[in-house]
Write a protein that binds this ligand. Structure first.
Ligand code: BGC
Length: 748
């Protein structure tokens, strides 16, 4: 029950909002519901209604942009903390850290004077080639939900709105502005919507961003079912809906549904879909003004919550950026995000005392990644690369020698040819941006983007010859270095030429002939530590030959510090994969059904069988499964006890023991497997988890609860979630393959 006091203050708020709505003229209302700068809405000074100032993005507050040109303003005071990507955060499975990272993002955004931060990105990872996977968390809705809720709360504690994105099912970059996705209702409700629902209902996200893509024929930014029926009616959402930049197409449709603020990439703000074109429709009586009032109400409500207007205006949080506390939280998250995939013969951790000469091989050892990837790019205050981290850790008595090992063609970044502007080029050819449209009359909708992609892929092919030629000498240099060192660390992987908004990866392979180099390297040094920085899974054909493999996502400004602390054992790795690492791309369901990466239409034929749900059902063994991750110690599980309460909820307890000497943390995962379900259901699904810290030799009792909704599926006839009576196997595991305890719960 909502406290009386809260109810009263809500009533007061709504009354004040109504008062403002009555005072606003039509022009003023229109000013508020579309961009008046590339990252801000229009203000109504007469009534002291400020502009809503937004900023990307998920990995920190983005550099300042010009108001009317898609280029950075070029200031020197807008550097910020560069935070771990959502893919890194997700591998920590740590809800407290999710809160901390949200908090840091919020406090820095506020410190930079922002009202809305365009994060977190929480789309389901459906295919490992999706260019924006690095910005997203997982293939599993339960894990995404568990991290998203505290993240958003953390952001909003700073009087900054989270803008959770991209609603919904934004699963590929190819044709991202126009692609239609055919998705069945059950899949939508069970896989693609739950984290968004939790974001608005449990975390109270003040805003949400509509996606570019279409679902079942309608653009998400003007989708009646999605925005009106599901978001507003079913979920009771009263916050603001903001479009993705250029995601609104049709004036009448956007006016008549819950799209509150249209943002875009063009400077002709008066011609935005919800600007003059809407005014004309209202004046002709084709759209009632009351629809605009609803949008204004939703925006004012968000502003009120942010203390931009209303009685608490003077007590709004002021924020701060680049505070030392932000860096510490970033380091803790980075440390817990690095996944130890393989560690035969206890190759890791390395003993620093035994090393006089360390060979570090691979371009990613020395590469900085903050300044790329798309809207997630960051102008970082600093970024410690793995090589710097190793040198800082080892100090002056160890000789650390570096060789790039392979060639990476340089792609200079120029402000005039901004990546995002380029990737949004084809917007000129769609229904938005009247001026641009006139200039390009008759052009096909995705022509610009398609052409850009063709050129990009051709360039990748062209680069291959240059890479091969240069690699001969680079390989030789690296192998010579490796032969002659006390220890060898390879740091390869991907970069934001691959993990990037606007395009998907051509395949799942390591670029730049890294596989060849690793194979050669393992021939001369079978103890070489193979590590990666990257944003999405890669094939590792030499996997059996390697003794130790460590995976880091883009882990923020302290990547290198965390990396060294993991390698030398100051930090015991505790991360686990939040996504499946397939053996080869051909094993993925999307490779089988071919429903990924088409420009105009894809059908999510696999339904619920995405990620581990598919690998489970087909009994395909991935290289590293969902939930996998090693530690320098080992854990034993025992004594599972299940207790069903009221025939619906299941309380479970079990013990976890650290059977090694070193302190560590174990992520224990609970999967539910329906026995003889009435409808087709995945073999098992993650439903809850915990991260347990244990010193060497100690054990702990873990108590967790599964609620009836954890047993439910979406019944499309009844249009609701149903938990059938019957038997369910409860599986407690260290990963989705490594199940340690089993029990059966019977629901009545
Ligand atoms: C991206 C969004 C981003 C927006 C503003 C769009 O292209 O899809 O994620 O927030 O641009 O930069």
């Amino acid at each position: 029950m909502m406290k009386q006091e809260e109810k009263n203050s809500e009533k007061r708020r709504e009354k004040e909002i109504e008062k403002l709505v009555r005072q606003l003229t039509l022009d003023e209302k229109l000013t508020m519901i579309h961009g008046a700068a590339l990252f801000a809405s229009g203000a109504v000074e007469r009534l002291e209604i400020p502009a809503i100032v937004t900023s990307d993005g998920p990995m920190g507050t983005r550099a300042e942009f010009m108001d009317d040109r898609w280029i950075p303003a070029g200031y020197n005071a807008d550097m910020v903390s560069y935070l771990p990507s959502n893919s890194a955060l997700a591998s920590t499975w740590n809800t407290a850290l999710a809160h901390d990272m949200g908090y840091v993002l919020g406090i820095e955004a506020r410190g930079r004077g922002k009202d809305v931060i365009l994060a977190p990105g929480i789309n389901i990872k459906r295919d490992p080639r999706c260019g924006r996977n690095f910005e997203y968390m997982s293939e599993d809705p339960c894990l995404i939900k568990a991290l998203t809720v505290p993240f958003i709360k953390g952001v909003q504690e700073n009087d900054v709105a989270a803008c959770v994105k991209h609603f919904a099912a934004n699963v590929q970059e190819t044709g991202r502005l126009v692609v239609n996705e055919t998705i069945d209702e059950r899949t939508l409700y069970e896989l693609y919507l739950p984290a968004f629902k939790a974001a608005v209902q449990e975390a109270g996200s003040y805003s949400i961003m509509g996606a570019y893509n279409k679902i079942n024929g309608s653009y998400c930014c003007e989708h009646k079912t999605l925005l009106d029926h599901i978001l507003r009616e079913e979920w009771g959402y009263d916050g603001a809906v903001i479009s993705d930049w250029g995601g609104v197409h049709n004036t009448k449709e956007a006016a008549e549904c819950s799209m509150d603020l249209e943002m875009s990439v063009f400077p002709d703000f008066d011609n935005y879909v919800l600007a003059n074109p809407l005014k004309e429709l209202i004046q002709k009586g084709e759209v009632p003004e009351s629809m605009i009032d609803d949008k204004v109400r939703n925006l004012l409500r968000m502003m009120y919550r942010l203390k931009m207007i209303g009685p608490k205006k003077d007590s709004r949080e002021k924020g701060v950026y680049n505070a030392p506390a932000s860096r510490e939280a970033t380091l803790r998250t980075a440390e817990q995000s690095m996944v130890l995939l393989k560690n035969d013969n206890r190759t890791l951790p390395l003993n620093a005392k035994k090393i006089k000469k360390l060979a570090v091989i691979g371009v990613n050892a020395a590469k900085l990644h903050a300044d790329g990837g798309g809207s997630a790019e960051i102008k970082a205050l600093y970024e410690i690369c793995p090589l710097a981290g190793l040198k800082m850790y080892l100090g002056g008595n160890v000789k650390v020698e570096y060789a790039p090992g392979y060639h990476v063609p340089v792609k200079p970044k120029t402000f005039e040819m901004n990546w995002q502007a380029t990737s949004l080029d084809d917007l000129k050819n769609t229904t938005v941006g009247q001026l641009q449209r006139d200039a390009m009359e008759g052009a096909d909708g995705t022509e610009g983007h398609k052409k850009g992609e063709e050129e990009r892929l051709a360039q990748i092919e062209k680069d291959k010859a240059e890479i091969h030629e240069k690699n001969q000498a680079l390989f030789e240099q690296a192998l010579a270095l490796a032969k002659d060192a006390d220890a060898v660390i390879f740091v390869g992987g991907l970069n934001h030429d691959y993990d990037c908004e606007g395009s998907d990866r051509p395949d799942m392979k390591l670029p730049y002939e890294q596989d060849l180099l690793i194979e050669e390297l393992l021939k001369v040094r079978k103890d070489a530590i193979i590590t990666f920085v990257g944003g999405s899974p890669v094939e590792m054909p030499w996997r059996d030959q390697a003794q130790a493999i460590l995976w880091s996502y883009y882990a923020g400004m302290e990547t290198g510090t965390a990396f060294a602390r993991v390698i030398f054992g100051d930090v015991n790795p505790s991360a686990k994969l939040a996504e499946t690492f397939p053996e080869k791309y051909e094993d993925c369901v999307t490779a089988k059904n071919g429903q990924f990466g088409a420009w105009d239409q894809i059908t999510l034929e696999e339904g619920l069988y995405c990620g581990y749900r598919y690998f489970d059902r087909q009994r395909i063994k991935p290289a590293f499964c969902f939930g996998h991750g090693l530690s320098y110690t080992r854990f034993e599980y025992s004594d599972l006890k299940l207790k069903v309460e009221n025939g619906r909820d299941v309380k479970l307890t079990f013990s976890v023991k650290n059977i090694g000497r070193r302190a560590g943390a174990e992520i224990v995962q609970v999967y539910v497997a329906p026995i003889a379900p009435k409808v087709d259901r995945p073999d098992k699904e993650l439903k809850t988890f915990a991260k347990v810290n244990l010193s060497g030799g100690r054990s702990k009792k873990v108590s967790l609860t599964l609620k009836s909704e954890d047993f439910a599926y979406f019944d499309t006839d009844l249009h609701q979630f149903i938990a059938d009576a019957g038997d369910y196997e409860i599986l407690v595991g260290a990963s989705c393959e490594d199940i340690r305890l089993r029990g059966i719960a019977t629901l009545s």
